[in-house]
Design a protein around this ligand. Sequence first.
Ligand SMILES: [Zn+2]
Ligand SMILES: [Zn+2]
Length: 350
Amino acid sequence: MATEAKAWGTDGPGEKLKPMTVERRSLRPEDVAIQISHCGICHSDVHFAHNDWGMSLYPMVPGHEIVGTVSEVGQSVTRYQAGDRVAVGCLVDSCLACGECGAGHEQFCAEMPTFTYSAPDRQSGEVTQGGYSDRIIVREEFVCRFPDSLDMARGAPLLCAGITTYSPLKRFGVGPGQKVGVAGLGGLGHMGVKLAAAMGASVTMITTSAAKGEDARALGAHDVLLSTDAAALASAANRFDFILNTIPVTHNVAPYLDLLKPNGVMVIVGAIDELPGLHGGALVMRNRVIAGSLIGGLPETQEMLDFCAEHQILPEVETIRIDQVNEAWERMQKGDVRYRFVIDMASLAE
Ligand SMILES: [Zn+2]
Ligand SMILES: [Zn+2]
């Protein structure tokens, strides 16, 4: 039997978030029921609430950086039992039969993966509702183990910001002896700095702001390059093996490409937008690569959580109560957060 869950969500674009009740489906054999302890706030939550990508379904409960504890499992679940610490990211289902799903790249499912919120459930057609809630039900293939040694409040943003930055660093083999630049210091950029440093690379924060450069050093960056300083940029030409570009808005990529060594790679993870300044010569003359990257599949998300446990890498967060969520969204849109808001879901019960 379906049950009601407490949540905060929105009725339409431009509407504020408010308390609401959502139905959680009755447990299917493959399902895991999760009591949510914390949920991170991602920029995508705001984009979806505002229907910026034209695919939003309302009413909508956002949230895809979810950690919690298993409360109940369906009869065919083998990996989890009640009491286990678990996590759910951006995806809750996919076809599990296509080549991409078979390779563990469920984010590229040929039949489109099911997003954690604002997407039709593959079996019932009901709209999925996300993690700004006390409970969620997800099939076991889309649930990750949340390592015992990771703090649940601080760890929640790993499920989107963490995997989004870990995946391209791994894909291009970032490691010791390499020079890595991270452009942009927000939710993604600060994880990029921590992860690249933990992988053994020499990390440079590339930023417009000297103050942000100092913040990045505190997070583990070894050097700072001011993108507003033309002389500094010129002297850094051909310096980097890899640049993680987390700048969230459209920008001229030419100055960044010039910083790459021959065969160097720049990966875009922030801007879903046109990128002016892309000239074939900047690529051809140095064998440079420009690429994009979208979250990661389930096996890699688990690998990332285990890597973060081993190296004790945790996001910097500001924990809030659920009734502070509208204010948090406003502050995040102004860049006024270091570096991720996390909602303490215990506040939903009060
Ligand atoms: Zn996200
Ligand atoms: Zn598939």
